[in-house]
Design a protein around this ligand. Structure first.
Ligand code: NAD
Ligand code: WQD
Length: 341
């Protein structure tokens, strides 16, 4: 019998890629998404890649009645909870919406899981929980700093909720994956990142500038204490990230975890600067990105990248894709979206 995974937020960027990897690894998937930050295009893309239909339920994960119905309609072996709001700047202006959606959806999900005896949950956490760490790279033991945005705070709070809930309901097991900076797209260019409006994140801004949708990329600061003065990040390919979820689900379903609640860094372990990333994108794709160095963006941290030793050893997972491959995939996807040959 195939195991069935509920993917919340499966029409979104990381959820859509993870759905493809789960199906290819032999799992059944049901997607639930309220399309608040995604389009049905992603569901079509998944179907085109796989050649099969994936059950899609349009519902809000905070809606307990709808979620209870979903858990009555299907028997799930595990849940991956991607559904959340994710824009740091927007969360400063709309803190209540962010707390409501990100915390509310997790609590609703855990209640319904407890009541329907679905015991395995993989949660989307973020390197944002570390803030500006004193020692780099960060390990899972690196102390979390006070959150600097409601968004980051929701990720810290969700980790805490998982920690205490898995202790109180010991049949529930959870894994939090702390992603670094996810980027890239599926090699078919049929799914990828589809931000609504002006992108906040670097790579969609680069690809849209190269495509002529944006006039100019602003590089936020070259006066940081880093080799070229621009920020350092750990850009993790979305396919490598998706595969980490398959491994985490399998670990839970097979009961191989070392504790009721586990946390893993999911990054490459490599620090790449903003300027290096722009140069790489231009070189790999032989395309020009019009950019200008401007002042620092408020709230940006100088540098963060992952120590991935724990995920490498314990999950047997490591990032395989090079930054060149990732930048090529990001551009192929943008060209497909814009109809550029
Ligand atoms: P995304 O916005 O593309 O996907 C999230 C999906 O969840 C969207 O399709 C949205 O419509 C849906 N959604 C939101 N609230 C919902 C609700 N209440 N009910 C049902 N569906 C809902 O974002 P993503 O980049 O794929 O991120 C997925 C997860 O990973 C999020 O939890 C995010 O915080 C986390 N994360 C993302 C990044 C990143 O840079 N992309 C980094 C670290 C962690
Ligand atoms: C990356 C670098 C910018 C845009 C955010 C969240 C974090 C996590 C990942 C979810 C920075 C620079 C960006 C631009 C630029 N998400 N930049 N010009 O800020 O590292 O992290 O996404 O959990 O929580 O905070 O990602 O892509 O916004 O920026 O120069 O137009 O690119 O200053 O150094 P960030 P990002």
């Amino acid at each position: 019998m195939k195991k069935r995974v509920l993917v919340t937020g499966g029409a979104g960027y990381i959820g859509s890629h993870t759905t493809v990897e789960l199906i290819e690894a032999g799992y059944d998937v049901v997607i639930v998404d309220n399309l608040s930050n995604s389009e049905l295009r992603a569901i079509d893309g998944i179907k085109q890649i796989l050649g099969v239909d994936i059950p899609f339920v349009e519902a809000d994960c905070c809606d307990k009645v709808a979620m209870t119905k979903l858990f009555n309609d299907y028997k799930f072996d595990a849940v991956i909870h991607f559904a959340a709001y994710k824009a740091v700047g927007e969360s400063m202006a709309l803190p209540l919406e962010y707390y409501q959606n990100n915390i509310g959806s997790l609590i609703t999900l855990l209640e319904v899981m407890r009541d329907s005896k679905v015991n395995n949950l993989v949660f989307s956490s973020s390197c944002t929980v570390y803030g500006q760490a004193d020692v780099l790279p960060v390990t899972e033991m690196t102390p979390r700093k006070d959150a600097t945005s409601p968004y980051g705070n929701t990720k810290q709070m969700c980790e805490d909720i998982l920690n205490f809930s898995t202790a109180a309901y010991p049949s529930i097991h959870g894994i939090a994956l702390r992603y670094f900076n996810p980027t890239g797209a599926h090699p078919t260019a049929l799914i990828g990142e589809l931000p609504k409006g002006v992108p906040n994140n670097l790579v969609p801004f680069i690809t849209q500038t190269a495509a002529g949708v944006r006039e100019q990329l602003s590089v936020f600061g070259n006066d940081y204490n880093t080799p070229d003065g621009s920020n350092l990040r750990d850009y993790i390919d979305v396919i490598d990230l998706a595969k980490a979820h398959v491994i985490a689900v399998t670990r839970l379903v097979e009961g191989k975890g070392k504790a009721n609640y586990e946390v893993f860094n999911i990054g490459t372990g490599r620090a790449v600067s903003v300027l290096e990333l722009v140069e790489t994108f231009q070189r790999v794709n032989d395309v020009k990105v019009n950019y200008k160095i401007v002042g620092r963006r408020e709230g940006d941290i100088e540098a963060v990248w992952a120590d991935t030793t724990y995920a490498n050893n314990e999950l047997g997972w490591s990032a395989k894709r090079t930054i060149d491959e990732t930048m090529a995939a990001a551009w192929a996807w943008e060209k497909n979206v814009r109809g550029i040959k």
